[in-house]
Ligand binder design. Structure first.
Ligand code: NAD
Length: 362
């Protein structure tokens, strides 16, 4: 139950049409017809090229090409190559099939061309349901928001996630978890985004360990994808703070893997913000530990990750200790909202803990 003094907020609902369920991939042609498209460019990562080719076969004469060069953090060169391909194909719809990288490339093309996107996510990044998009140039990742790039239709088919290896499932799921956690203490958190975020945390906390135990568990896969959708909605409905800022800095400047970086940082940023956002922490704790919160939210997140054997240190992701100070400086270059005050010393201490993979501070 919310308190009455909290009843002052702005809420915008997400305009995407969502088709969710095992086998929903088969509905792609009718969903494309619904959007009135005639020439479809399919976008994916090199690793999902077969899936892209299968989609082209499924779409028959409507498939105008498969561009399987999507990359993490959308380098400007990739976005430009994708735009050239879109023009050559004379496409009137972009179909992104894959993880956040495929969706990110589609958004970067849509931002310039105004083309609609139909997204078929195969990870738990949540990008398919947001209007946020990123572009990386000279090691700096810029994030923008534009309602035009939000996919018009999203087909969530948990069958497509069965091939996602257990480790990547856990870290990708923790990426969605991070959207939920940060939404709970966002400057513009509202009652709806917080309900969605809590349900997202609850779903992911139940589903991810089950997937790590048995990657073929379709029930757990459905629940994780549901949690990822909720994570994406939470992210799209609020503005981000320190956690996403640090992940973008580390991803852009040090090319660290996206979902692993989210996973390693989440308990430490949660600990950093714990004192300044007690209500949010209580909600995170309750969602992670429905039988009663015996530990801090940060510690519960860390233990969830340790139990799934995800990476716990930035060092294990290939970061060098001498990057810590630079990362803290980059994060503080421009002011942004965060519940706890930011200081270079504080961020260095946080990153030092994450670098070593220590349990989060009490
Ligand atoms: P990804 O899309 O880069 O995929 C990671 C790897 O997994 C790739 O090699 C891919 O081919 C492979 N893969 C994808 N689905 C698979 C499956 N079902 N089975 C087997 N392999 C599969 O990773 P990601 O973490 O989903 O996306 C990261 C990118 O998304 C980053 O650039 C990040 O900034 C962006 N992102 C954006 C938002 C947003 O709202 N704008 C939100 C989250 C992430």
């Amino acid at each position: 139950m919310i308190r009455d003094e909290e009843l002052s907020f702005i809420f915008e609902s997400s305009p995407s049409r969502v088709v969710f369920g095992a086998g929903s991939l088969a509905r792609t042609p009718e969903e494309i017809d619904r959007l009135g498209a005639k020439r479809v460019l399919i976008l994916t990562t090199p690793g999902r090229k077969t899936l892209g080719d299968e989609m082209a076969t499924r779409l028959g004469t409507k498939a105008a090409g498969v561009f399987a060069h999507a990359m993490m953090h959308v380098p400007v060169e990739t976005a430009e190559a994708g735009r050239r391909e879109t023009a050559l194909a004379a496409a009137d719809l972009l179909v992104a099939i894959g993880g956040g990288s495929a969706v990110g490339l589609a958004k970067a093309i849509a931002a310039e061309t105004g083309l609609p996107i139909l997204a078929v996510p195969t990870t738990y990044s949540g990008s398919e349901i947001t209007s946020t998009w990123g572009l990386t140039e000279h090691g700096i990742k810029k994030t923008m928001r534009d309602a035009r790039v939000q996919p018009k239709t999203v087909l969530y088919d948990p069958l497509l996630t069965l091939s996602l290896p257990a480790k990547l499932s856990a870290t990708s799921g923790m990426n969605a978890m991070a959207h939920c956690v940060e939404a709970l203490y966002a400057q513009d958190a509202n009652p709806i985004s917080s309900l969605v975020a809590e349900e997202g945390i609850r779903s992911l906390a139940k589903a991810l360990p089950a997937i790590v135990r048995d990657a073929s568990d379709l029930g757990a896969r459905s629940l994780a994808l549901y949690g990822a959708w909720l994570g994406g909605i939470s992210l799209g409905a609020t503005t981000t703070a320190l956690h996403h800022k640090l992940c973008h800095v580390l991803g852009g400047a040090f090319n660290l893997p996206h979902s692993d970086t989210h996973t390693v940082l989440l308990p430490h940023v949660t600990a950093y913000n714990a004192l300044a956002a007690p209500q949010a922490m209580m909600r995170v704790g309750l969602a992670l530990s429905p039988n009663g919160v015996a530990q801090s939210a940060a510690r519960l997140l860390y233990e969830l990750e340790a139990g799934m054997k995800t990476p716990l240190s930035l060092e294990s992701l290939g970061m060098k200790r001498d990057g810590i100070e630079r990362a803290a400086e980059l994060a503080m270059e421009r002011p942004f909202y965060n519940p706890s005050a930011l200081s270079k010393e504080g961020l260095c201490a946080l990153l030092e803990d994450a670098f070593e993979g220590r349990p989060p501070r009490a």
